[in-house]
Design a protein around this ligand. Sequence first.
Ligand SMILES: [Zn+2]
Length: 485
Amino acid sequence: MRANTEEDNITTRSKAPARFSGASEKDGIMGGKLCLAARWAIPIVGEPIRDAVVVIDNGIIEGVYARPQFNTIYKNQQIERAEDYKEAVIMPGLINMHSHLDYSALRAFDTDLPFFDWIEGLVTRSRDWTSDKWFQSALYGARLAAFTGTSTIVDSSYSGQAAKAIAQVGLRGVVGLEIFGLCDADSDTGWTSWLSRFEALRDTDFPPLKEALEKQSITLTVSPHAPYTVCPSLWLKAATWAKKFSLPVLAHLAESEEECQWLAAGQERVQEFLAFSMRTDIDSEKLKPRWAGRGLTPVQHLKNYGLLNEWLVVAHAVHTDDADLTILSEHNVKVAHCPRSNARLKNGLAPYSKMLEHGITVGLGTDSLASNDDLNLLAEAQFALNAHRLKADDDGEEHLTTARQLIEAMTMEAAIALKMDHLVGSLQAGKRADIAVFALPPTPLSDGEKEALCPYNLVMSGGARLRDLLVDGQFVVSEGKLNRS
Ligand SMILES: [Zn+2]
């Protein structure tokens, strides 16, 4: 352990070996202060700080300072470990608002197919997977997410193995165990069966998940898949249960034209898919749900059954008009915007700017690797930035989407959506130290010229590369290497 001198603390340490005594490189900092310095810090709340130092104590952010201020405050304090990343940006770890790590092994699965052919193919390919296969698939995805700066994953998991994978890698997570069921008459048994699967997962003996659940870095909840696969009575049981325990409800909504057509007037391909996915052990009459073909939009449908509330987080919301957005806003429903998956599956582009104008809280999600190139949220945001600048909303109005908006969507907005903004989403004193450090691309610009660049644009420029990722002040990724395999 070293005592600080009056010299510049970080500069001094950057001349010394990068790692300091008292800190295990593998486990991160268990006690004492950790300081991270870089050309920029983007705290999200407040303006970017040039030549910044972030101080972490026992997994909690103690403060974010400009270097002179840091040197004054900490000149006589002991620092366990200091890292000077120099040409880098320190910012909150990214929050992926919608994924299915379960399907990571089906990377680049055939996305040329029509949407319901694609889903059917996905189900067929994975139907007979063992628990271990689901786990290995999810683990692959969790690692990819960590390598690109994601510290929190919000996942809808069919198998539940995503929770174990997120715990294994050391990330924060909100995992909704998926529930399906079309028959109102069967919703009691369907709910009981889901509860027993949930309890089995919650009572896991898998040590990393057990530990993560104890320290509440992973939250388990429910994920009613979509309006076309979950009957209103079953969805209501899920929503009521989640509200009772103050848990988010993770669902898909208004993703495809076919879903909208099915709810509005019935749709043959969706009916075929339901017959396929429910197999043949079901009365075919029950596959003609009473709530389909009633002239409603997906949003109106959920409203009709009292299923919209502040706990609901819906992925996609691509096919939503002003009236739908007004309803979502009035009920304080949150949206996970997944532009690359929507583009890949030819489902369209969600009206992101209009959502913001309606005051809706919107985060960004990658969806699964089966409908995306990677699980890199920065790449998702880069795509979103260009896509929204290219396409005016349906009213023809120009709504300028900015790098700052999208970085906020991946951090603070997502944290607000999950009611986790008291814990994560910004670099503020008292919050958990979930932090991503991105190295900036080399440039021939002088130091003075670099000062003029906007750090939000720099992070979104495509050249930013993850150096380190911390969750709860622990190094999950160090210099591109995972600390837990
Ligand atoms: Zn999805």
